[in-house]
Design a protein around this ligand. Structure first.
Ligand code: ADP
Ligand code: MG
Length: 342
């Protein structure tokens, strides 16, 4: 459906600032791809380039195999829901959703039925005559989504679709969106800085860093095997440490850690997922002091400081096993949760 081939966008004087740096990306029909990256990594620029709102300095955008270089935005057949999803305050809900239909030449008599169906899809059946100002944040988000879906774009692009909503609402809407996209068979390219949102929404996640693709894979692949320390840290994994590998053992400031058979000998960095940091009695394993303890609902997150120096560690443990702040514990590492980073 969509192919980006070395897409490059530069800004500023002498075009010295590269916002999009040779990005290669594909989105298959019916696929939901989520681009994840910190603020300023080029996510919005990427969507604008695909939509035809931002010219490329190099590279190509192809839709269904056709180069879009000479195709203006309104002819590309893609829908874009902007980051701030501004609704038209002077129009009611129905008027907002119908906007795209008018633009795309759908006859007036067909519009009400289309609008009603879309509002039903986003869980706002019968809301046509409501004023935009009377809607909650979540309802406005749904209206913006219905408006973007209305012209039946072959590719729907969403810029931080749930960014402005509170957490509970976001978690609910993410589930509803997934159902909706599956039902409609919509091809979706969404961007977000929120990893939870990306992982919940996407068939495939593309992690961006400074205008480049740092990693692409299914949520499970990226979660299991972050490609490098940047991706690991961005996903919230902070247990990253320098290591020297010999055979199936790595020497680190946390002592000797197991690594998978076949790991190349020599220097590398290791990620230890918090689940792989296991607590044992203080006399066994690496001696640490608990410096912080945070209740996370399903588990307790612990911050541990090794007694003999070395970087701090994050651990996760069950509520009933969680030691108090200040307690001395021992730590051993599970090989399954040790990931070798390049
Ligand atoms: P994101 O959406 O990931 O936060 P953006 O795509 O908005 O990132 O921006 C990427 C980089 O390009 C940023 O450094 C931003 O300041 C810059 N940028 C974006 N749009 C413009 C513009 N119209 N003019 C100049 N610089 C821009
Ligand atoms: Mg943005």
């Amino acid at each position: 459906m969509l192919t980006l081939d070395g897409a490059t966008v530069r800004f500023g004087r002498d075009r010295a600032h590269t916002a999009l740096d040779g990005v290669d990306l594909t989105v298959a029909e019916h696929e939901v791809v989520c681009v994840l990256g910190p603020s300023g990594s080029g996510k919005s620029t990427l969507l604008r380039a695909v939509a035809g709102l931002q010219p490329l300095d190099a590279g190509r955008v192809l839709l269904e195999g056709r180069d879009q270089g000479a195709v203006p935005a309104h002819r590309r057949g893609v829908g874009l829901m902007f980051q701030d999803h501004q609704l038209f305050p002077q129009h009611d809900v129905g008027g907002n959703v119908a906007f795209g239909l008018r633009m795309h030449g759908v006859p007036r008599r067909e519009r009400p039925a289309r609008v009603a169906r879309l509002l039903e899809l986003v869980g706002l059946a019968g809301a046509e005559r409501r004023a935009v100002a009377t809607l909650s944040g979540g309802e406005q988000q749904r209206v913006a989504l219905a408006r973007a879906l209305a012209p039946r774009p072959r590719l729907l692009m969403l810029d931080e679709p749930l960014g402005q909503l509170d957490r509970t609402l976001r978690e609910r809407l993410v589930v509803e969106l997934r159902e909706l996209f599956a039902e409609l068979g919509t091809t979706v390219l969404a961007v977000t800085h929120d990893q939870g949102e990306a992982f919940a929404l996407a068939d495939r996640v593309v992690v961006m860093r400074q205008g480049r693709v740092a990693q692409s894979g299914t949520p499970l692949e990226v979660w299991r095997r972050p490609a490098d320390a940047f991706v690991a840290r961005f996903l919230g994994f902070d247990n990253v440490i320098d290591a020297t590998v010999t055979g199936e053992v790595a020497d680190t400031a946390w002592g000797k850690l197991p690594v998978p058979a076949g790991t190349p000998s020599g220097g590398c960095r290791l990620l230890v997922r918090p689940a792989g940091v296991r607590l044992v009695p203080a006399a066994a394993g690496l001696a640490c002091t608990v410096t912080a303890r945070t209740f996370r609902g399903s588990h307790v997150a612990l911050r541990l400081a090794p007694c003999d120096d070395g970087p701090r560690l994050d651990a996760a443990c069950a509520l009933r096993d969680a030691p108090e702040t200040g307690a001395e514990v021992g730590v051993v590492f599970d090989g399954e949760d040790v990931v070798v980073l390049p």
